[in-house]
Design a protein around this ligand. Sequence first.
Ligand code: FES
Length: 466
Amino acid sequence: MITSTTISRAEPQRIRGLEMPWNRVLSSTAGPAGAARALGPWHPQEFLAECVETVPESGGMMTFIFRRVDGAPLAFRPGQYLNIAFPVNGEDQDSLNRSYSLSSSPTEPWTFNVTVKRDPTGVVSPWVHENVGPGTVLEMLGPVGAFHLPDADRRARYLLLAAGAGITPIMSMVRTIHSLPGQADVIVLYHGTAPGSFAFFKELGYIASVDSRVKVFYSLGNRREPEGWEGLNGRLTASMIDQVAPDANGRKVYACGPASYLNNAAEFLGSLGVDDTSIHMEFFSGDHQTRMEYRAEVALAEDIAEEIADSPEEYYESQPAAFGLYEPGYDSQGTLEAAGLQLESVDANPPLPEPPARESDTESGTGFLDTSTFGTVGTGSLTLSFIRTGINVRIHPDEQILEAARHAGIKIGANCQEGMCGSCKIVKLSGEVEMNHQGGIRSREIDAGKFLPCCSTARTDLVIDA
Ligand code: FES
């Protein structure tokens, strides 16, 4: 006789928040940390990559799947882009450089995807569609760009807005979240012009059907409602955002699309109470300003890539922040235990560093060192005293502390420069700052006097342990 039993499935248990895989490798002291250092997504590299496959997408887009010729994996953050040299005018002429977002997930780093929309009036994208295929080898630089998911986020609640080709970096984010464990809550609102114009439509549908963390909404921007269309209709409005994400104010927003779409998005999000610091945007308009911004970022990436290529050892030694400070925060509930991973113990109340020996308690009023003997640079109404470097930096109340410190030659490791990654964290021994961070620091660290200079301004004179 055959009997059947119903197996009841429990709700999936997930670790708290989202954490990119390199975080745990970097916080380890064992061997793999070295490899992760060399492959950190914060170190752009120049490399050759070979196209291994092309996949036509809807909306006039084509995905090109590449692998590095040197056999190394490509480390990048979901949302970043590559700058690629295309020999449009022949191998013996100067190449044309263009930046294209990565659409694949960094959790599958052995191959990576670049998705290119064909612009019939453009010079490069039609050439790419017609000439790049399996076997094509191109020079690349990257990863580049500050538009990306944070490396660790205990409260991963996102609203991802995309219009047209703006889906490319958003797709990388969705694929990444889908491939990682962790609690996340993701709403995607994707605007296209016609039902057949949504790239990655099938995959997004599949992800939404199997991953309860991801919801996807489509809207036709042109208001014509074709028969059988089950999505939303019309351009982006505040009420549409409210309809798909009534808790928009409480989510981090990543938006990518043409300038007019993003300007509207910023206004609507503001009207719904979403704070500017929660909104991240990538312009896909190719307008003058965007090109200039990309050019500046690519130039910086080139410098870093060259520096690494010239003397990798020295470069990594001068970047301690990239090694030790990417520690994810685990709380006393040990949420990573759900994944069966070994937890490192983290001191819930890390002690403040020993203050330096007192030389003169009174003259400067700092109570630590006589900072009046330090050299002073800069102009401004407030003074930052860097006691390890022995320098005073004059600063205006609206100036970012990291920038002012770097101009004065003070070495503070930093990566995201947006208050997300925590790598610039330093200790303030006295004074008040105004900090506008995005999760890169925990409240107990703030209580212990730490702050992120990349997203802080000074309210008073400060004495800083750096
Ligand atoms: S550089 Fe990332 S938090 Fe400051």
